[in-house]
Design a protein around this ligand. Structure first.
Ligand SMILES: C[S@@+](CC[C@H](N)C(=O)[O-])C[C@H]1O[C@@H](n2cnc3c(N)ncnc32)[C@H](O)[C@@H]1O
Length: 255
């Protein structure tokens, strides 16, 4: 079970909660108490809360998988569960982003902690299957932009948008950060792995509007301080930390 410490200074946030997270609107999946503390977004957030320790891996249950640490239900199009529910993510294809990888699971947990995302424009950089963009839409974001260098991933994310009935709220671009250069988003999610997050820190940070958030994952465990230093130099304050097994996940607020 994750533990939390108040090691990061409280955040001054201009964001106001715009409603209740969907699972409190009667969704079928209960949210365990340890996930109710929210990392930063909205006045109801617990300021400065830091989540550490392993983020649960999703686990398969027949055609359906779920996770003990995020509220989403990961589904296959072949299951027999009817139309997608408010927190269902229907995923097909072989693109990265089935939900079981610890970095993906940690991002799903972090996104849930930021909900509601009503009114937020979201970028999913390195979108793979599109799972994180889909999750953001499920949490209230009106639109999300998926960017991936791999054309097969772009096709998969487009297909998954349709499976979830969310195609009309997704934009799909093939390429890297240059595909969205000059644009600004309320929330940038990038689970891209390797050292891309460090090498392109300036370009990635610039994609968040002032006051916006950056949820970054994929760097190997131990690189968290480097990541925080790099984004700190760019005016991005660390808002929350997660330590999925072997990796590090960080939430930044751009000043
Ligand atoms: C680890 S997967 C993450 C997929 C999904 N977002 C998730 O969280 O499960 C990383 C994805 O980033 C893509 N990628 C790698 N380098 C990239 C770059 N420079 N720009 C955009 N996408 C990139 C890969 O093709 C891959 O689909």
């Amino acid at each position: 079970m994750p533990t939390r410490t108040a090691a990061v200074p409280p955040l001054a946030t201009p964001f106001q909660p715009l409603g209740h997270p969907p699972w409190r609107r009667g969704a079928s999946l209960a949210l365990p108490a340890e996930r109710t503390a929210r990392p930063s977004w909205g006045a109801a957030a617990a300021p400065g809360v830091v989540a550490t320790g392993p983020t649960a891996l999703a686990y398969a249950v027949g055609a359906v998988s779920t996770s003990a640490h995020h509220p989403f239900r990961l589904r296959s199009p072949a299951d027999d569960l009817g139309p997608p529910g408010p927190l269902d993510l229907v995923l097909a294809g072989s693109a990265f982003g089935g939900g079981a990888h610890p970095t993906t699971a940690s991002c799903l947990a972090a996104l849930a902690g930021l909900a509601p995302l009503d009114g937020r424009q979201v970028l999913d950089l390195g979108s793979g299957s599109g799972i994180l963009a889909l999750a953001a839409l499920r949490l209230g974001a009106p639109r999300a932009t998926c960017v991936d260098v791999n054309p097969e991933a772009v096709a998969a994310a487009r297909h998954n948008g349709g499976l979830n009935g969310l195609a009309g709220r997704l934009e799909h671009l093939q390429g890297g950060v240059e595909a969205v250069a000059g644009r600004r988003f309320d929330l940038v999610v990038a689970n891209v792995g390797g050292e891309l997050l460090l090498d392109l820190a300036g370009e990635i940070a610039a994609l968040a509007r002032p006051g916006g958030r950056l949820l970054l994952s994929g760097l190997l465990d131990g690189w968290g301080p480097e990541l925080e230093a790099a984004y700190g130099r760019l005016g991005c304050a660390t808002a929350a930390r997660w330590s999925p097994p072997g990796f590090c996940t960080r939430l930044f607020r751009r000043g």
